[in-house]
Ligand binder design. Sequence first.
Ligand code: GDP
Length: 182
Amino acid sequence: MGLIGDDDYDYLYKVVLIGDSGVGKSNLLSRFSTNKFSLDFKSTIGVDYATRRIQLGGQIIKGQIWDSAGQERYRAMTSPYYRGALGALIVYDITRKVTFENVERWLRELRDHTDQTIVVMLAGNKADLAHLRAVPTDEAKAFAEREHMFFMETSALKAINVEKAFTQLLSRIYQGKSPKAL
Ligand code: GDP
């Protein structure tokens, strides 16, 4: 097998991150794309997406993961954000119930803008703050099942399930064998 070039890939998949402000979307993305965590609450305006390549079944899958760049403060994203997305990670914060209650609205918006075949994962982030938990795991899991979403509790801070969540999303999309071009 030859050397893998810096930007070689077999499949390119767009994945969008959605969910309320402050739930940890940008930290999940930087953890997955560069393995970093930032303790500062910083505006994500200006950051459109980050990429990361993984190998699945001998193929190189390039995930192009879009962050909402602060727009989610208005609790809605515009259609260019969703365009071409094959996967979505809807994030809530396990310590803030309202962020879980809003998942339904995010899901509805997502479904209004994307194809039925989109692969969706629900991520209950900040799982390291178990002592402050406000959303029971079972409740979130049952909701995810009803809505045909995958489910995982994650921690961007402690790097728990972050790799797993994104990899599972990308591999589910891959199993659907979507085209290389967006
Ligand atoms: P976003 O607005 O959804 O993009 O959220 P950010 O990624 O900016 O994170 C918001 C705040 O939550 C920041 O202060 C982060 O340091 C913190 N945070 C993000 N993920 C975690 C996590 O897994 N655990 C803990 N304890 N804090 C987190």
